[in-house]
Design a protein around this ligand. Structure first.
Ligand code: ZN
Length: 272
């Protein structure tokens, strides 16, 4: 069982530290191990990883934990290999998902904020806070960006609504989701998205749970909502099909409950 406490500052790198290694959109794994895990200080030494940058993440089971961005995909550790984040999802222990999501988001944020958005000057990392700082625009701090998204399972008695996005594989259906617009409440964003994507009205919004989704920076805020009125009419842009399903009539494929809030929304509904 892993316990992760996020933190932003540590003075140095103690000997008992652990490291997640990223390169581009992939993470270091071992082909002879089922689950992704961080590597130790000794493994880091023997890996001969060429370090591009390093960020402190917090404490994983009380041990300082870091993410390292590698300059290339070379690693000398036996059986090591870099695996694309998304294909690695199924090999992430649930309790490590949060810290790995944090690794990916912090690295993506750091890569995208090398220069000041106001004056174009090179930014520096703030010493104590998780922020980038511009030395010309005094006090201009840029924190990691989190993009809130609302995601919902809509139900009508024992049936529930799932949609096929035009980028999904055939037969794969998922819950509706969308980004929250500036100035919008979560509830209004959900009502608007559902109306835009499938043309129906909803009511009785009920918060379920949330989950970081680091592709690249979403925070998924999960709800249940009850159908109110309207006929299903997929927008044809994002959504090319939407249907009412039930426990007896499931689509061929839905998101797995162990790694996605969409899957959990569905699984939890079916239990009721
Ligand atoms: Zn600036």
């Amino acid at each position: 069982m892993f316990n992760f406490e996020p933190a932003n500052y540590i003075e140095n790198t103690p000997k008992d530290s652990e490291f997640f290694i990223l390169f581009e959109q992939s993470i270091l794994t071992f082909s002879n191990e089922n689950f992704i895990r961080p590597i130790s200080s000794d493994e880091l030494t023997w890996s001969y990883i060429e370090e591009e940058e390093r960020h402190f993440l917090g404490f994983l089971d009380k041990k300082p934990c870091f993410v390292i961005l590698s300059k290339n995909s070379n690693c000398e550790l036996e059986n090591s290999m870099f695996v694309d984040f998304r294909s690695a999802l199924g090999r992430m222990p649930d309790q490590l998902f949060d810290v790995i999501a944090r690794s990916i988001q912090i690295i993506n944020w750091s890569k995208d904020h090398k220069y000041c958005g106001s004056c174009g000057n090179k930014m520096d990392r703030h010493l104590l806070e998780r922020a980038m700082e511009c030395s010309i625009c005094k006090g201009q701090l840029v924190y990691p960006r989190i993009s809130p998204c609302v995601i919902a399972l809509i139900y009508r008695e024992s049936e529930f609504l799932l949609a096929h996005n035009k980028n999904f594989p055939p037969g794969f259906y998922s819950t509706l989701a969308g980004f929250i617009e500036p100035g919008e409440s979560v509830e209004n964003a959900l009502k608007r998205e559902v109306d835009e994507e499938v043309g129906i009205k909803i009511k009785n919004l009920e918060y379920f749970a949330s989950q970081a989704w680091p592709f690249p920076s979403q925070l998924m805020i999960g709800f249940y909502a009850e159908y109110e009125s309207g006929e299903l009419k997929p927008d044809g842009v994002e959504i090319d099909d939407a249907q009412w399903f039930s426990a007896e009539n499931m689509p061929t494929n839905v998101p797995p409950a162990n790694i996605s809030i969409s899957g959990r929304l569905i699984e939890n509904f079916l239990k009721k």
